[in-house]
Design a protein around this ligand. Structure first.
Ligand code: COA
Length: 154
């Protein structure tokens, strides 16, 4: 599996991956993705095996803070470490650009994503009530980022 940055030219592919991973009310169209990727500080990383896309992550990095905008892994490629690898790659890029903390929102009901983020050390920083179209609360999570080259625990 390899992970590489992609830009707005890949918006159609990212929208197709997003549509596969999220219910219709939560899906992002290719125009919305392309617009986001034209904005400063916005990053998309695509995971592939050979030519085949496996999933992607999008984030926003601004000064010392970064935010995950979305993360999606194809159903048939899940629980093989790709989601974690995408998160780690975005966290590393954010740290390289000077971010010291990373925020994200996750539905309280999304057990897979919550387990992934907890495993990376993310902790709850807040809650947005009835945030999602299905009425679920969003948990706001925070992950402290190490500076590039700094080993955990140093
Ligand atoms: C959430 C998602 C990105 C996880 O991707 P993934 O590639 O399957 O995740 P990984 O294989 O890297 O899993 C990492 C850890 O997450 C946890 N995890 C992942 N899927 C899980 C599941 N279905 N049940 C419980 N724990 C799970 C495990 O702790 C796992 O570590 P382990 O395998 O060493 O035990 C994927 O399920 C997905 O695309 N879901 C739909 C879209 C979505 O919910 N995105 C996140 C929005 S905030």
């Amino acid at each position: 599996m390899t992970i590489r940055p992609v830009g707005a030219e890949s918006a159609a592919l990212l929208a197709a991956l997003h549509a596969e991973a999220f219910p219709p009310a939560d899906q992002w169209g290719k125009q919305a993705i392309a617009l986001l990727l034209e904005l400063p500080g916005h990053v998309a990383l695509l995971a592939t095996r050979g030519e085949a896309p496996l999933g992607f992550i999008m984030g926003r990095i601004a000064a010392d803070q970064a935010e995950i905008l979305t993360l999606a892994v194809l159903a048939e490629a899940r629980q093989a470490g790709h989601g974690r690898a995408l998160m780690q790659a975005l966290a590393a890029e954010a740290a390289r650009r000077g971010a010291t903390e990373l925020f994200l929102e996750v539905a309280e009901t999304n057990r897979a994503a919550r387990a992934l983020y907890a495993g990376l050390g993310a902790t709850q920083a807040g809650r947005r009530r009835a945030y999602y179209p299905d009425g679920a609360d969003a948990l706001v999570l925070r992950l402290a980022l190490s500076r590039p080259g700094e080993a955990a625990g140093e």
